[in-house]
Design a protein around this ligand. Sequence first.
Ligand SMILES: [Zn+2]
Length: 428
Amino acid sequence: MRVWGFFGLGRRGIGAAGRHLGLDPRTQLCVVGHALNGSRSLPNKGRSIADVTNAPPERSFRSGVVLGRIRGVPIIVTPSWLIVAVLLAAVYAPVIDKAVPNMSEGGAYLAAAGFSLLFGLCVLAHELGHTAVSLALGHPVRRVVLFALGGASEMASEPERARDELLIAGSGPFVSLVIAGAAWLGYEAAPAGAWPTALLGLLAWSNLLLAGFNLLPGLPLDGGRLLRAAASGLGARPATATRVAAWTGRVVAVGVALSGLLVDQSSGRAAAAVFSLALAAYLWVAATQSLRYAVLLDRLPRVSVYDLLRPGVFVAENLSVSEALDRAWRAEARGLVLLDASEKPSAIVDEVLIGAVPPERRPWTPVSTVSRPLEPGLLIPDDVDAAGLLRRMQETPSREYLVVRSDGSAAGIIAARDFANRLAGALA
Ligand SMILES: [Zn+2]
C-alpha cells in the first residue's frame, strides 16, 4: 500500500454548492434572426455552480431526438424546433403563393414546408461551421441542438486564446453568408415566377438575416464572442473582455425587446412580438450569465491545485469495496486509485458510487465496479492554474481527478465538489 500527499483539506460538508448561474456561458448561441411566430420557449431554470465543473449530461429544454452524430458530436432536434418549423411554413406559404403565379394553395404550403426544412438545414450548417472549426482547433463540442430560438453548439469549455474564439465565432456567420450568396446567385439565374426561384430568394434572405443577427456585438451571440476576442486581442483581461461583451449583450436584448414591441405591434403581428420578447428574455438571461462568469473568472486565481488536494491511496483493482475502504481509513486517505496487474494506475474510485454500496454487500462488490477508468482527461498536472483546472473539469466532467507531478508521480486527488464549493465560496 502506498500513500501520498497530506495536503488535503478538512472534510467539507456535502451540500448545495449554492448560487445559481443560469445558462451555460460556453454555449455558442445562434438565434434565428427571423420574425418567427408563437415561440413560448424561455430559458431553462438555472444550473448550480457545481455544474460549471460537473456538467450534467442533459438539460430538459434542450433534450430531443438525436438525428445523428458528426465526428462524435450528437446533433439534437427538440420538439420546440418542429413547432417553429410548422409556423415558419404557415407564415411563408402566402408569401410563396404571391410570388409564384399559377400555383395552387396546397402547392404553396408544400413549397413553404420545403423552405422550412431547408432553413433548418441552414441553421444546422451554421452550427456545424462552429463545430468543425472548434474541433479543428482542439476544443471539444458536447452537442449541437436545434431548438425554438435557433441553434446552439455547446462547447466543452471556453477557448483560451482570442484567435481561437474569433475563428470559432466567425465560422457560423461565414457559413450562413456563403449559403446566402449561393442562394442569391441561384435566384438571379433561375427563371422568374417559378417556385424554386421563390425558395432560393427566401433562402438568400433568411441566411443573410441569420448571419446579420448573429453578428450583433453582444453575448451570447456570435458577434459578442467576436467583440470579446477583439477586446482580449487588444490586451483586456479575459474577465474584462467578457464583462464588456456581456453588457453589450444586454443592450442587444433590450433592442430586440423594443423592436418586437414597436415594429411588430405596428404591423399587427402580436405573435411575432411574443417571439421577440421571448428571444430578448433569453438573450438577457444569457448575457447576465456571462457577467457572472466574468465575476467567477475574477475570483479564480484565489484557488490553487494544492489547496484542493485530497490524500489518496493506491489499491489493487481486484479488491472488494470493504477491503478498499478499510485501507483508505487506515491510511487516512480521502481518495482511492486502482492499480492494474502491472502496478499502473488504471482507475479512480467514484466517491458517490462507493458510498452507495450497502454495508452488507461491500465484501462481495469488487471496487472496480465503483470506479472510473483513468482516461487522459482525468489526469491533472499539479502546476495547472485555477482557470486551467476549471477548463479541464469542463472538458472532462468527473467527480474525481488524479493530480500528477511533472515526473509522473501522483500528488493526490481533486474532487470536483471541493472545487465547486471553493468557487461558490468565492462568489458568495
Ligand atoms: Zn453562430
